[in-house]
Design a protein around this ligand. Structure first.
Ligand code: DGL
Length: 262
């Protein structure tokens, strides 16, 4: 038993889709979340910038002495995971491996598409991970730099024509490759799941935000660290735009209250 926090870090709203998945599957756990929306998007930054910003922000979360840290960001996972593991004496769980495993398990025709940020695609991390699991896979990765800014503007809500057009622009070429499985390789894109499902109902969609919960559960089980507190604490921080972030975040998590770190 361990009543410590599970810390969750992302550049923005995407991380909340991970928090929501954790809240659904592990409702007793205490959670502290930080979005570094002051520096968003991370997906257009260099590896050095991603490493530096992640270290700076995770130091804040580390102040809560969490029992585990979820890197709820494919961009950080693919560009800074090793550096973070060297820097922080914490169990650190990333989103890429569990999403890749799920995709390999469910793809029937072995053609897998990936939508991710430019920095994730450039890193080649998904390809490496997928090929290690099955070297016969055909993998098609597409950077989608328009998605995160549109999502942060709240355009994932309803049928926003700009959002729909941006999705179509990236989904159509992947469908032409006859993929049967699509990895949403950015936690923000979990918020596009329903749109994509409507546009391509046959497609199997893997959300990196949701798959990570199985690794977290396995870690807690193995180390006997589940929480037994009946009133879980949930703390949400963002580095900028408290009101605006809170408003859009409330479409993901009911009654969410955002604080700015001191
Ligand atoms: N949510 C992040 C990811 O999973 C990154 C979004 C961004 O800041 O570009 O890659």
């Amino acid at each position: 038993m361990n009543n410590g926090y599970i810390a969750v870090f992302d550049s923005g709203l995407g991380g909340l889709t991970c928090v929501k998945a954790i809240m659904n599957e592990l409702p007793e756990e205490n959670i502290v979340f930080l979005a570094d929306n002051a520096n968003l998007p991370y997906g257009d930054k260099s590896k050095e910038e991603i490493v530096d910003l992640s270290i700076e922000n995770i130091a804040f979360l580390n102040g809560f002495s969490p029992k585990a840290l979820i890197i709820a960001c494919n961009t950080i996972d693919s560009n800074a995971l090793e550096e973070l593991k060297d820097r922080f004496d914490l169990p650190i769980i990333g989103v890429i491996t569990p999403a890749a495993i799920k995709a390999v398990l469910i793809s029937e025709n072995r053609k897998i598409g990936i939508m991710a940020t430019s920095a994730t695609v450039t890193s080649g991390q998904y390809e490496r991970c997928l090929k290690d699991l099955d070297d016969k896979l055909e993998i098609f990765s597409l950077a989608c730099p328009k998605f995160t800014p549109l999502i942060e503007e709240g355009r994932f809500i309803g049928e926003d024509p700009l959002m729909i057009e941006a999705i179509k622009e990236k989904l159509d070429p992947l469908l032409e490759k006859k993929i049967d499985t699509l990895i949403l390789g950015c936690t923000h894109y979990d918020l596009l799941m329903e749109h994509i499902h409507r546009m391509a109902p046959e497609l199997k969609i893997v959300s990196s935000s949701r798959c990570v919960v199985s690794d977290l559960k396995a870690y807690l089980l193995e180390n006997d660290e589940f929480n037994n507190d009946n009133e879980p604490k949930r703390l949400f921080y963002a580095t900028d735009n408290k009101e605006g972030f809170e408003k859009t975040a409330s479409y993901i998590i009911d009654d969410i209250k955002i604080e700015i770190p001191d």
